[in-house]
Every structure is written in structure tokens, then in C-alpha cells.
Design a protein around this ligand. Sequence first.
Ligand code: PRP
Length: 211
Amino acid sequence: MLRIAIAKGRTASKVNEMLKDSNEFGNIMDLKSRKLIFSSEEKNVEFILVKPSDLPVYVENGAVDVGIVGKDILMEHNYSVYELYDMKISTCKMAVAGPPENKDIVLSARKIATKYPTIASEYFKKKMERIEIIKLDGSVEMAPLLGLSHAIVDIVETGDTLRENGLIIYEDICDISARVIVNKISYKLKNSAVNRLISTFDKINGGVSIA
Ligand code: PRP
């Protein structure tokens, strides 16, 4: 049995759609239900829906064999897993943003609100800029609007959230997309099933980009 965890939300919907014509991996999940685990004994596959930030923990510990999750989550912590494939879905970017009036503000340490303290501190460390991190769990766009921070480091997808809250991008940090990660032992013991899953995605993606 190959256990595959998928980040709940947009990534799960997209993966479900991508797999719909696959005999081996398709038509197993019903995303309209509230179920979290979908098994097919016949196909010997199980799909599990997991909160993105928890997903690599399940893979690292071998509770599931394979995971599909955003690169942002993988960059934020150092997980002992193999990252095998760029799905080229759920694409967005990590950026520094804030109110236009704060863009060129000169301070000894700018306050940066973010859900991604590691990514933010490594980025500013490389630029030799001193900052203070304020860790939040969501809607970080609110922080500079209420004076909690000068700027934010966050995911930008359509840019609507920034625009509708009067914020602008100051700097792009990196591109983000969903990745396939694999438990190190599963990669040895279930190698052919893992490779069949990746080649299924690869055919749908046009046969390019195995990482
Ligand atoms: C993410 C991100 C931004 C928004 C960006 O938040 O943190 O707030 O999406 O998307 P956009 O550029 O298309 O507007 P999410 O929806 O995950 O909610 P959260 O902030 O509560 O975590």
C-alpha cells in the first residue's frame, strides 16, 4: 500500500484533477466529503488530506510514504525527506511587501511580520540587514496596516490580498510551487510505486522536470 499525503485545499483539488485519468492513482478521493483518508484496496493506494504545515512531519516519520506540499513549507524547516519532483502547480512567490510609505524607511531594525520566520530571517541575513521578526499565523497583511510591523514576508499568488489592502511588493524572494517529497525508507522499499506516481505526474506535465 502506497500512502500519499496531499496538502488540503488548492493543491489537493489540482492533484485530484491531474490524476482523474490514471488507472492506478485516479478517482480515489472525494473532495466534497469531510473524509480525511481515502483508501483503495484494489489499487493498493491511500490518499490522506493533511494541513500543509503538518504534512512533512507525517512523511519524515514514515506515517505516510509520499507527500505533496508547497516549497514554502519545505524551506521553513529542515526535514529529513527526499524532495523528488516539482509538480509545477500551486505556483506563487515569496515576497517582502508593505505600505508604499514604508518602502524606503531606514531604521536600525525593521519589524517584519510573517508566518515564515526562517525564510524571512535567512533572506535578510544574506542581505546583511538587521530586522526584528514578528511571528504570526495568518492574515499577516494586517500587521503593517495596524502598525504592528513595518513590512511583511508572505506568499503572493494573484496579488489581490496585497492590492485590496493597499500594500505593494518591495522585493521578490523566490518562486514557490508544490513538490513531491518521499520518506527515505519508503523510497527504498516502495521505489517502483513511488516512481510510477512521479512518472504519472510527469506524463501529465509533458514529460519534463524530474528534480
Ligand atoms: C495566503 C497568503 C496571502 C494570500 C495571497 O493566505 O498568506 O495572504 O494567500 O494570495 P493572493 O496573492 O492570491 O491574494 P491564505 O489564503 O493561505 O490565508 P492565511 O493568510 O490566513 O494563512
